[in-house]
Write a protein that binds this ligand. Structure first.
Ligand code: MF3
Ligand code: CO
Length: 256
């Protein structure tokens, strides 16, 4: 039952979620042609300090993996999950960029990600990719509620994505979140409506729409960094969501 959060934890995750949403919206403004991708990392660390939150990814080292080197995951074009911003990697007009990160606020984590096209948004395939990841995220979030099977989310995600001629990644998934960045349950982007456990009120979950333009096969470029094997484009949209009595609350949204 550790995965069902108490009122105190929920309050902290709600506050952390607002901070993360604010930080990601500032980072999004920095995604312009000519920008060194590592400048986003520097700005992120600065904003973490200012908001008294920890960059959870930085130094993250599960099961014998080398420590993750940065606070941000940042992927460009055919790069897939768990890539990092690097000094000298300059964003170009038309790049598909994904920013994914986790922060820790008072011992609780929140996780969110978005993709966008840098500069002029003139490429129909890239626009469809980025928009479909976001649409698949919000439309699957609308299914969330107590008693809902994870498979309902996974199955709907896959259908939305494939209806656009795109594919979901199968090797990575959404997840529960709380004191740990990755908790029970796993939330795949594909499957049947009868798959997986049922959601319960008080669970905090990350739904991740992991989408690609080509074949979903991912290859490792290093212990962490991955890319699409066929060179296709990758995009991601992710929020941290609380399962409430009547449905859901998206924790990683900005105040309106
Ligand atoms: N949203 C990503 C995930 O759940 C965040 C990864 S952070 C990293 O996998 F440190 F593991 F890279
Ligand atoms: Co995640």
């Amino acid at each position: 039952m550790g995965f069902v959060k108490n009122a105190e934890d929920i309050t902290k995750m709600r506050q952390g979620g607002k901070i993360l949403a604010e930080i990601l919206s500032e980072l999004k403004k920095m995604l312009v042609p000519g920008r060194d991708s590592f400048e986003l990392e520097k700005e992120f660390i600065k904003m973490c300090r200012k908001n008294k939150v920890g960059p959870t990814c930085k130094g993250y080292a599960p099961y014998g993996m080398p420590p993750f080197p940065t606070g941000l995951c940042l992927s460009i074009n055919n790069q897939s999950v768990h890539c990092f911003p690097k000094k000298g990697v300059i964003l170009k007009n038309g790049d598909v960029v994904t920013v994914d990160t986790v922060i820790n606020y008072k011992g609780l984590n929140v996780d969110a990600a978005f993709s966008t096209v840098v500069g002029k948004k003139e490429n129909a395939l890239k626009n469809t990719l980025v928009n479909t990841a976001e649409k698949a995220l919000y439309e699957t979030i609308s299914e969330v509620g107590p008693g809902v099977r994870i498979g309902r989310i996974s199955n709907k995600m896959q259908k939305i994505v494939e209806s656009q001629g795109l594919n979901v990644l199968k090797d990575y998934a959404g997840h529960g979140i709380g004191p740990e960045m990755h908790e029970y349950p796993e939330i795949p982007c594909y499957g049947s409506v009868n798959d997986g456990p049922k959601l319960m009120e008080g669970m905090t979950i990350c739904i991740e729409a992991l989408v690609c333009t080509g074949d979903d096969t991912v290859v490792n470029k290093s212990e962490w960094e991955t890319c699409m094997a066929d060179g296709g484009y990758f995009a991601q949209a992710e929020h941290t969501i609380l399962v409430t009595k009547d449905g859901y609350e998206i924790l990683t949204l900005k105040n309106k």
